[in-house]
Design a binder for this molecule. Structure first.
Ligand code: ZN
Length: 132
């Protein structure tokens, strides 16, 4: 089954450019200094339009997760785990969680980013349990 490639916009192109080279990048307000995700043109706290890009460490914890029962994409017969990851930098992002059985996922478990290029050329950030 074909994966839908991310459609980069002017606001989040830096993020997908980072994924392409194996970096998890975050947006940070140049005025108040707060990080934010998903990317957007304006700081939701101070309304500044000035921002810069930082590289995230790629470590965090599972904040929450779901296991969709009717997924468009199957991962080699295994259920896809869709997790909301809270990064060390304080922002949350949605990603796939791999390398763990669905019944073993727990909120608060330590995870780390990795990058996968799928057979159709789509490259995505994903997370797995930390330290493996
Ligand atoms: Zn701000």
């Amino acid at each position: 089954m074909k994966r839908t490639a991310p459609l980069a916009t002017r606001d989040d192109r830096f993020f997908w450019d980072g994924v392409a080279v194996g970096e998890l990048r975050l947006q940070r307000c140049a005025n108040c200094g707060k990080r934010r995700h998903p990317p957007g043109p304006m700081c939701p706290w101070c309304h500044s339009l000035q921002w810069r890009v930082e590289r995230a460490a790629g470590r965090g914890v599972v904040y929450s997760y779901v296991i969709p029962r009717h997924t468009a994409i199957e991962s080699q017969g295994e259920p896809v785990i869709v997790a909301l990851i809270e990064l060390e930098e304080g922002v949350r992002l949605v990603s796939n969680l791999c390398g763990v059985a669905p019944g073993a996922v727990r909120n608060g478990m330590a995870v780390e980013v990795f990058f996968t290029e799928f057979e159709d050329g789509v490259r995505l950030h994903q997370f797995r349990p930390a330290g493996r």
